[in-house]
Unconditional design. Structure first.
Length: 248
């Protein structure tokens, strides 16, 4: 399993803690507000908002929180968030992409750079890492939704480009501009997905020894813990022993 996916599984388990959950809800609310502000505040006509709401529901975010986040998009004098992507290298030469929503670009850049430096990485220029990743639409369903053969058949019919099934669930990939239509077709058959969003998928992964893997996971957790950071992507592999140690 790719290290990035393993990291997300660790964060999911740790997300049960109240502090982590509150921070996660704040990030989800920020994305909902920005999505609603950039388009119509109606998810039926705003694919990005629909994806943001689906992500919030998948994390059991209360309906009132979602509605308040949408309402904030129309409030006068509210915060204006800017989307900024940072790219850099972590221990072992892995590539890391950090997507942020910030109301202070200088503050966020300084904090992200400090996290990279503290953990033996370095921030690069825009484009220094992203060429090693593919920009794709990702739709996720729980493993119990269907068996692998049924999901592949549904993926082909919906127009998806790839389908990967495991014990953790089903991941279906599409071109970014086809995500909304593919997701709608799958939803008609299986119901609302666990998530539907645009992601950076590594073209290849880099194997790390246990020591470097632990450092990478600490760096990714520090980035994930930053209020301005929305998503983190990395292209590494690590052993199950590190996963078990970090999950404890």
């Amino acid at each position: 399993m790719a290290g990035h996916s393993q990291f997300k599984n660790i964060m999911y388990r740790k997300g049960a803690q109240d502090k982590k959950r509150a921070k996660m809800f704040a990030k989800l609310a920020k994305e909902i507000t920005v999505a609603a502000k950039m388009g119509l505040p109606d998810p039926e006509y705003n694919p990005r908002l629909r994806a943001a709401i689906q992500a919030a529901r998948a994390e059991n975010m209360p309906k009132d929180n979602i509605e308040r986040a949408i309402k904030r998009s129309t409030d006068q004098g509210g915060e204006n968030y800017e989307e900024v992507r940072y790219e850099g290298f972590g221990p072992g030469g892995i590539g890391v992409i950090v997507e942020t929503l910030t109301d202070n670009r200088n503050r966020t850049a300084g904090e992200v750079r400090a996290i990279f430096t503290k953990n033996g990485g370095n921030l690069g220029e825009t484009g220094s890492v992203s060429f090693m990743f593919d920009r794709l639409g990702l739709i996720e369903y729980p493993a119990e939704t269907a068996n692998a053969d049924e999901m592949i058949e549904a993926a082909i019919e919906a127009g998806a480009d790839d389908c990967q099934s495991s014990a953790d669930g089903h991941e279906l990939y599409s071109a970014p501009d086809a995500l909304h239509e593919v997701a709608k077709a799958l939803e008609a058959r299986f119901g609302e997905p666990r998530a539907a969003r645009i992601v950076w998928k590594p073209q290849n992964t880099i194997g790390l020894d246990d020591e470097k893997a632990e450092t990478v996971l600490k760096m990714l957790e520090a980035l994930d813990d930053n209020d301005d950071v929305q998503q983190v992507y990395a292209n590494f592999e690590m052993s199950d022993s590190v996963l078990e140690k970090m999950s404890a």
